[in-house]
Design a protein around this ligand. Structure first.
Ligand SMILES: [Zn+2]
Length: 486
């Protein structure tokens, strides 16, 4: 039998269907065999991990590594260190950097910065009025997918017009490319915020008052309408409200290809935490009333929400603790704390480890065309593994996080269940809870392994509206010239 590089013995392998105790053989970057201890090939190195669970490395569809543009908040190196220390092996980075990731030049700058990454990554490029004309260029230059800031957030990128969004979806639908949407209605929020500011409100609760759930309901409804009309694949970012779930359930039942993420903050925090956390909790969409928490769990359970992402969005302590809520930057770090937070809920029997693997790895791998290579522990897949100790207890501490934005609403929270080692394509990037420093630069773009998306056959009859060329036999426009009255 051919010798391999590493055999892991005694672990329990978790998939959405089952947990099995088996050994794993790894050669180079790939898993080559899974099976009984006795049938493992000879190996250069062996480790025993009795009692640990082996999860496919988490895939976080939503991080802001702030690089280029905000090196005091985060860099690719610091953000990716946080990721691998949190059991995450692939991230998708958002385009609200400086410059925004909407040109070939900006994309090249981001890819250069990402050469310092510890973690594998995809790049969401910007879908907006200024970029819609060259989406294909951005894909060719290395973008994996797109993001549309339909609701304004940090970076203040203008929301795409409905016309640009429709045009973007028309272009991306036949390519099978999925667009992440920040679904909140900018007009409602801008008006509300001005009214609140004019009334002198600067308290932390005013942030929620400016972004009512109806802003999310309206934007999701609009995005789903355009997605269904075009057949475009969409992904709803950071779903926060119970009230808009009915739209997603109905759209999924009709066959709209919409995937949905929520984040630990919407499952585990609510307005009761505002008094304690103030501006630290300021995030878009806002953390809402307690009545939203359980319906979001229910939606994960029934598949309306597909996955957990973090919206990892670090800022400095100074930027998060200013007197007026309007001056506190939106977002907080999350990529390193997601796994212990969610494993704690598994330990409390709110979900199974199998459910968690579905939400943290399988669903995002499927959404981004990576499943089979990533998102699963199987022969032939990348050896991306989070080794989890479900018994380990601890307290989350913002000072110990690897992010540069060392202020977190999770600070002081007791957890049970930690990733203790992380393997990325056969190589340890975190071991015994410690970053493997020389794994800097080991991460690479998933662009090359992304499966060719299948074009969607839906709604091709609508493409006539996108065709700029006149149909055969059409005559020049016979309408009278402008200003001529009949
Ligand atoms: Zn975000």
């Amino acid at each position: 039998m051919k010798s391999v590089d590493l055999v892991i013995r005694g672990g329990r392998i978790v998939s959405p269907e089952r947990i099995v105790e088996a050994s794993v053989a790894i050669a180079g970057e790939h898993i080559v065999a899974i099976g009984h201890d006795d049938v493992m090939p000879p190996s250069a190195r062996e480790i025993r991990v009795d009692g640990l669970y082996l999860l496919p490395g988490a895939i976080d569809s939503h991080v802001h590594f702030r690089d280029p543009g905000y090196p005091h908040k985060e860099t690719w190196q610091s953000g990716s260190a946080a990721a691998v220390c949190g059991g995450v092996t692939t991230v998708f980075d958002m385009p609200n950097t400086i410059p925004p990731t909407g040109t070939r030049e900006a994309l090249a700058m981001k890819l250069k910065a990402a050469q310092r990454s510890h973690v594998d990554f995809g790049i969401h490029a910007l879908l907006g009025d200024d970029t819609v004309a060259h989406l294909e260029d951005l894909l060719e230059a290395g973008a994996t997918s797109f993001k549309a800031f339909v609701g304004n957030t940090f970076g203040n990128l203008p929301a795409p017009s409905d016309g640009a969004l429709l045009e973007g979806f028309e272009k991306l639908a036949p390519l099978g490319i999925r667009t992440v949407v920040h679904a909140e209605n900018s007009s409602i929020m801008a008006r509300r915020q001005k009214v609140l500011q004019d009334a002198g409100r600067i308290d932390a609760h005013a942030h929620l008052d400016a972004r009512p759930a109806v802003a999310e309901i309206e934007a999701i409804g609009r995005v789903l309408t355009l997605a269904e009309w075009t057949g475009a694949r969409v992904h709803i970012a950071h779903h926060s409200a119970a009230d808009s779930l009915y739209l997603l359930r109905a759209a999924k039942a009709r066959g709209v290809d919409v995937t949905v993420e929520t984040c630990p903050q919407y499952l585990l925090l609510n307005t009761d935490d505002i008094a304690r956390l103030g501006g630290i909790l300021r995030v878009n969409p806002p953390v809402r009333e307690a009545r939203h928490n359980q319906p979001l769990w229910d939606a994960l359970m029934d598949g309306t929400i597909d996955m957990i992402a973090t919206d990892h969005a670090p800022h400095t302590p100074e930027e998060k603790t200013r007197e007026s809520i309007w001056a506190c930057d939106c977002g907080f770090p999350g990529v390193e704390t997601q796994m212990p937070l969610m494993l704690t809920q598994v330990n409390r029997q709110r979900a199974t480890l199998m459910d968690y693997v579905k939400w943290s790895a399988v669903a995002p791998a499927r959404a981004w065309g990576l499943y089979g290579v990533k998102g699963v522990i199987a022969a032939g897949s990348h050896a991306d593994i989070a080794f989890v100790d479900m018994a380990q207890t601890g307290t989350l501490s913002q000072g110990r996080l690897h992010t540069l934005g060392k202020i977190s609403p999770w600070h002081g929270r007791a957890v049970q269940g930690y990733p203790v080692h992380t393997l990325l394509r056969g190589r340890f990037v975190m071991q015994h809870g410690k970053l493997v420093e020389d794994s800097v630069g080991w991460g690479r773009s998933v662009k090359t392994i992304q499966a060719m998306p299948t074009p969607r056959p839906l709604n091709t009859q609508h493409y006539s509206s996108a065709i700029v060329k006149a149909p055969p036999g059409a005559r020049p426009n016979a309408m009278p010239a402008e200003g001529v009255q009949r």
